[in-house]
Design a protein around this ligand. Structure first.
Ligand code: ZN
Length: 149
């Protein structure tokens, strides 16, 4: 577990310093705002579609290292996926950070996102890690605002 914790820290810091797809999408098909009042994280997630595919996804906003790193990795994970595929990954991610999915024994397509299983050790951070995913999910369903409260 400590090896994963080290990797977790390293990846979070790297993505926080260098967030991927940290920009607006001017002609986005959807966007949603996500807020985590407990920590002060506030993100806007933009999505552009090509048919049923997520052709582009990006985010802007401010927040702690975990919320930013999670948003950064989320954009990498769902770009090019269909809405349904993105929802499946969201479901797996959500079950992982709430302890319902065991990344070692339960089949999943989380790939690099498995790093966020480390958040289980920090219960107050679960909402930080999942904020961008809830916000993406809201955008996929045409909702404007999501709050983790
Ligand atoms: Zn946070």
């Amino acid at each position: 577990m400590s090896e994963l914790s080290d990797l977790y820290q390293e990846v979070i810091l790297e993505h926080n310093k260098n967030p991927r797809n940290f920009r607006e999408i001017a002609d986005a098909d959807q966007y949603a705002d996500g807020k985590n009042p407990l920590c002060g994280d506030a993100l806007r997630v933009y999505v552009a579609f090509d048919g049923d595919k997520i052709s582009d996804v990006a985010f802007k906003g401010s927040g702690c290292a975990i919320s930013k790193a999670s948003a950064s990795m989320m954009t990498q994970a769902v770009k090019g996926k269909t809405k349904h595929e993105a929802e499946v990954i969201f479901g797996e991610f959500h079950r992982m950070v709430t302890g319902e999915l065991d990344i070692e024994t339960d089949e999943n397509d989380l790939g690099k996102l498995k790093i966020f299983s480390g958040v289980l050790e920090f219960p107050a951070r679960v909402k930080c890690a999942s904020l961008s995913w809830h916000t993406l999910n809201a955008a996929l369903h045409g909702e404007d605002v999501v709050s983790t409260e």
